[in-house]
Design a binder for this molecule. Structure first.
Ligand SMILES: Nc1ncnc2c1ncn2[C@@H]1O[C@H](COP(=O)(O)OP(=O)(O)OP(=O)(O)O)[C@@H](O)[C@H]1O
Length: 302
């Protein structure tokens, strides 16, 4: 079956399935005297995600929205297999991400706006070459996609620059092109527009829409920018204090809030009200509320 026919068959099928997933972090407490910490370390367990259920279908872009510390990045780390759930079940394209099977890794891509997957001291082009070899993408197909996406994001002239010489926005745009060049079926974007200028944000949103619609890529997007949500997302999931408490189609949400898609300011106010109504706390309070202390020996989480 060729790629187009395969995409058509996949349209609307559940690609990402998260069932009752919780994730705890264990961190060492540092408040007692040093000798006591060494002899009898104390740890506390913090619930970053609590019994989360989520689904993403082929051709959908799900926006995961919530205040700082809500658990968004933790969710993405679980879906990419960087972390394993403490309980519950995750299936991405039928794979359990934590097993990191090569078949799974070949079909997903992730961009973390605040981290880089490009080699810092090498020209951008070299990272691209390395990734093409790692994913074993045929040269022609890879080149075709890189040219297409690099052109859309205006990064074609940056290919011979060292990554460390790029501005934040330039680097993120290169990361996105690289993430898409092996034709992933699942795309995870953790704050991809952070630090990106207005025009580049528009280009990124156009690109995201294109891969979601034309390639049926199941996409998860976390962002604090309301325009990213209205421009890209077919669905929205609300997360707060590790709980996903509502998942809605974007059009239904706009209707519920009585907001038009182009009124980002009003939508932002409605979203803030929604979180406030549920009792938005500061990071410190929330961490404390979700935390239990345990006196055990062991390693803390990364
Ligand atoms: N390695 C870790 N060890 C302990 N606690 C952690 C760790 N990583 C995250 N946390 C805690 O888990 C919670 C969820 O963090 P996460 O990074 O997933 O939030 P987020 O929604 O992505 O926040 P932001 O919008 O600020 O990026 C926070 O309270 C955070 O302090």
């Amino acid at each position: 079956m060729n790629e187009d026919a395969q995409r058509e068959t996949e349209r609307g099928t559940v690609v990402v399935d998260v069932v009752g997933v919780s994730r705890m972090y264990r961190t060492r407490r540092h408040e007692s005297p040093l000798w006591r910490q060494l002899l009898k370390p104390t740890f506390e367990t913090h619930t970053a995600l609590n019994q989360v259920n989520l689904q993403i279908r082929a051709g959908e872009c799900l926006g995961l929205v919530g205040p700082n510390g809500a658990g968004k990045s933790t969710m993405i780390k679980l879906l990419t297999g960087l972390l394993k759930p403490s309980s519950g079940r995750i299936s991405v394209l039928g794979h359990e991400p934590g097993r990191l099977s090569s078949h799974f890794l070949n079909q997903i891509a992730a961009v973390f706006g605040h981290k880089t997957s490009l080699w810092w001291d090498l020209p951008v082009r070299h990272s691209f070459d390395a990734i093409r070899r790692i994913y074993r993408v045929p040269v022609e197909a890879f080149r075709e996609d890189v040219v297409l996406f690099a052109d859309m994001l205006h990064v074609d002239k940056l290919m011979d620059r060292t990554v460390r010489q790029l501005s934040l926005g330039e680097r993120i745009k290169c990361e996105v092109v690289l993430a898409l060049a092996h034709r992933p079926r699942v795309l995870m974007l953790d704050e991809p527009t952070i630090g990106v200028d207005m025009e580049s944000k528009q280009q990124l949103r156009t690109l995201i829409n294109r891969v979601v619609v034309e390639r049926q890529v199941a996409t998860l997007l976390t962002t604090h920018d309301v325009t990213d949500l209205t421009a890209c997302c077919t669905h929205i999931a609300f997360i707060q204090g590790g709980n996903v408490f509502q998942v809605k189609a974007m059009d239904d949400l706009l209707r519920q809030f009585g907001v038009s898609r182009d009124n980002g300011g009003l939508l932002e106010s409605r979203l803030i009200d929604t979180f406030r109504t549920r009792g938005m706390t500061t990071d410190e309070e929330r961490t404390f509320c979700n935390t239990t202390r345990v006196n055990v020996m062991g390693e803390e989480d990364d």
